[in-house]
Design a protein around this ligand. Structure first.
Ligand code: ATP
Length: 143
């Protein structure tokens, strides 16, 4: 279980080219880099618990980066979700590429005092599906 995390665009590109490659942990800095720091121009959709961004690579490859809202899940649930996503491998299920759980202590002011708080970021990365949602696809509302 000591596989090296995906930290560069090249590592992500070669992982995407290998259909047998297992999902892996990814660095927050790489996910920030490919989504232009989660800019609104890269946003492709919103669900109940996450905003989904397009992550673009220089060879034209695209991934979908799902940034979970900080209140969405406890640690255990997040681990269980990753475990399930890793196990599911099927041609009709979107490919799970990787995950990122990052926590940084940040100093801020609260009631006039400086406090140190843990800022957590949890992200999931999937293969990008270019044809919109299934309901729009089925009902023909795709451009
Ligand atoms: N792999 C993907 N490729 C392309 N677009 C995606 C992908 N995953 C999500 N999206 C887009 O982002 C939107 C939000 O996705 P998300 O999975 O967060 O929410 P959801 O499917 O509505 O379900 P829920 O809120 O229950 O998790 C989708 O409706 C879709 O437009």
């Amino acid at each position: 279980m000591d596989r090296k995390s995906i930290t560069t665009r090249d590592e992500l590109k070669s992982m995407l080219c290998d259909e047998n490659a297992e999902p892996n942990s990814m660095s927050l800095s790489l996910l920030e880099e490919i989504t232009d720091s989660f800019s609104w121009e890269q946003e492709i959709g919103r669900g109940g618990f996450a905003v989904v961004y397009k992550g673009t690579l220089d060879n034209g490859a695209i991934v979908a980066v799902k940034r979970l809202s900080d209140t969405h899940m406890y640690e255990k649930q997040f681990h269980r979700e990753i475990e399930c996503l890793i196990k599911v491998k099927h041609k009709n299920v979107v490919r799970f590429v990787g995950y990122c759980a990052d926590s940084q202590g940040k100093v801020g002011s609260y009631n006039g005092k400086f406090v140190m708080a843990d800022v957590q970021q949890r992200l999931l990365c999937f293969e990008y599906l270019p044809h919109g949602t299934l309901d729009k696809y089925i009902t023909g509302r795709i451009m």
